[in-house]
Design a protein around this ligand. Structure first.
Ligand SMILES: Nc1ncnc2c1ncn2[C@@H]1O[C@H](COP(=O)(O)OP(=O)(O)O)[C@@H](O)[C@H]1O
Ligand SMILES: [Mg+2]
Length: 382
């Protein structure tokens, strides 16, 4: 067994700029006033990963997991310390990192391939496998900005596992997408393991760590507080970070935050065009958690009708059961079935919990307008 990732005394500091409360006049006179503080996101982290090993990384939000992976992938430069890699690496970083949203899925596959040092011809050779794995062939020429989070992850995962990397780095994205696709990703990860590749996996799902990892590292406030057998690390993770949750999760088979179901007061998701519909999203959380709620609406043919503002709907979840109400007033949609995806994201936009097709709204429209949206156009000859 050879060492493929060697992280030695790595620290990462971010500069955070605080603006003091200033009047407009003060601001004009002293535009640079305010203070800069150094924030230690990673403190003296050392560990290594051998070929053949799958290592899980656990930790609360903000503990430094993504920062560590970004340093390993070269997206961020450590402030001090060293990282040595042997072999080539493919990474699935936080959602939003990696793809150019103005470009089509196809262009992004080639761009990502080029970033990993593959020639156009090498990408040509694996392109069909990538698209087949992603199952989004109909949308491969659509701009990525119209993808659902699930579609986005499908394509990113398909690329990462098809470029033949020695090391695969996955940051939380397995939480996105439907269960069938997640299972397919997990299968592919298992194949990778059989082929003797190394994997670094950040996940909120304890059962995934248990099922896939040989070892787990726990981060807490930028410090590594455990690096050992999965059971041991999971115990430390719980004891340190999920004290409130131990009661709820003795078996440890649940994620920290999960979308349980979407319901309506009447039990029906049928609505007349122009009427309003209210539904409740039931979310369970093991700890108190603050993030943002996101909802997407898709047509059956997979076209994004609307995605809510991921920064605009804060939710403060308490340990246990939570409910988020969604009101869609005067639904301006025409006849059809519309699938609803819902999720919770953290303040970086990273998905914490997600459910694709959490509900389907059936809209009936009595008028003669065609398409998906009721414009209510008034047309007069002048
Ligand atoms: N570019 C940045 N500038 C300033 N602070 C950052 C930056 N990126 C991350 N941080 C901070 O570093 C800490 C660790 O973040 P992150 O690695 O994303 O945590 P995790 O992935 O474990 O949730 C957080 O407190 C976060 O606010
Ligand atoms: Mg993260």
């Amino acid at each position: 067994m050879t060492t493929v990732i060697d992280v030695e005394d790595v620290s990462k500091q971010f500069k955070i700029h605080h603006e003091r409360n200033q009047s407009l006049k003060e601001r004009l006179l002293h535009p640079k006033a305010g203070s800069t503080e150094l924030f230690n996101a990673l403190k003296d982290i050392s560990f290594s990963v051998s070929s053949d090993e799958t290592v899980g990384i656990l930790g609360h939000n903000g503990s430094g997991k993504s920062t560590l992976l970004k340093c390993i992938c070269g997206v961020l430069q450590p402030t001090s310390g060293q990282i040595r890699l042997r072999g080539n690496l493919a990474a699935l970083l936080e959602l939003g990192a990696g793809f150019q949203t103005e470009l089509s899925g196809r262009d992004n596959v080639y761009l990502y391939g080029a970033m990993l040092g593959l020639s156009k011809r090498s990408v040509d050779a694996i392109f069909d496998d990538i698209v087949a794995f992603s199952e989004i062939e109909h949308f491969i020429d659509t701009q990525v900005k119209f993808y659902s989070s699930g579609m986005y992850v499908r394509l990113a995962f398909a690329v990462a596992v098809n470029v033949d990397p020695d090391i695969l780095v996955v940051d939380e994205v397995l939480a996105v997408g439907d269960e069938r696709f997640q299972a397919k990703c997990v299968d592919r990860i298992r194949t990778f393991q059989e082929e003797g590749r190394s994997i670094l996996l950040v996940t909120h799902q304890a059962d995934q760590v248990r099922a896939l990892c040989d070892r787990a590292i726990v981060l807490d406030g930028g410090l590594m507080i455990a690096n050992g057998p999965v059971q041991e690390s999971l115990r430390i993770f719980r004891e340190h970070l999920l004290e409130d949750a131990v009661e709820h999760d003795r078996a440890g088979h649940q994620a920290e935050v999960a979308i349980d179901s979407v319901t309506t007061p009447s039990g029906s998701f049928d609505v007349r065009s122009g009427a309003s519909i209210h539904f409740d999203v039931h979310i369970s959380s093991h700890t108190a958690y603050s993030g943002n709620f996101v909802m997407e609406l898709f047509t059956r043919s997979g076209m994004l009708v609307s995605r809510s503002d991921a920064q605009g709907s804060p939710v403060n979840l308490k340990p246990g059961a939570n409910q988020v109400g969604v009101d869609l007033p005067n639904l301006p949609l025409l006849d059809g079935v519309y699938d609803v995806n819902v999720g919770v994201v953290d303040y970086h936009g990273t998905v914490i919990a997600w459910k694709e097709q959490a509900a389907s709204i059936q809209v009936t429209y009595a008028g003669r307008e065609g398409g998906i949206v009721e414009l209510g156009a008034s047309i007069q000859q002048l």
